[in-house]
Design a protein. Structure first.
Length: 155
């Protein structure tokens, strides 16, 4: 019985080693290895963006994937609570132009120093899209202890 288990184990290990040896030729170990021509170029470009902590000019889905569903939807609720009733507010986005200066900034009503911290971390110095503001807020969690640092953190 022990001899039989030994052979099964040895066979499995050999299979893994052989697969690993041929993986580069099969394109299994390289990102975008299965793509060809233009699709490969697009895949490599996105792969490089995905490796960046906070890419320049982020698309909504990129930030949503980085911050997670919970934080994405929590930001929408906080924005509705903070700036939802103001002129120019949209559903689940608050008002992007609210609090342009002064003590609070952005659609999430972030305290000026909190927003400054998030801007330094992300590199979005003048966020003008919803996804950039969510990234700034998420990056600020280190000093705000998550959403508890917001007046509407319980939203």
């Amino acid at each position: 019985m022990a001899k039989k288990l030994f052979y099964i184990f040895a066979f499995a290990v050999a299979g893994i080693l052989i697969t690993a040896a041929f993986a580069p030729e099969l394109g299994l170990s390289k990102p975008c290895g299965a793509h060809k021509n233009d699709a490969k170029k697009v895949c490599i470009k996105q792969y490089k963006r995905d490796k960046q902590a906070w890419p320049k000019d982020p698309k909504e889905w990129e930030i949503k994937r980085r911050v997670g569903k919970y934080n994405w939807y929590k930001a929408a609720r906080v924005a509705n609570c903070e700036t939802g009733g103001t002129p120019g507010a949209t559903k689940n986005r608050g008002n992007l132009n609210w609090y342009p200066s002064g003590k609070f900034q952005g659609p999430l009503g972030m305290y000026r120093s909190t927003a400054a911290y998030g801007k330094r971390v992300t590199g979005y110095w003048s966020p003008d899209t919803w996804q950039e503001w969510v990234a700034v807020a998420y990056a600020s969690h280190r000093i705000t202890r998550g959403w508890s640092g917001w007046g509407c953190g319980g939203a």
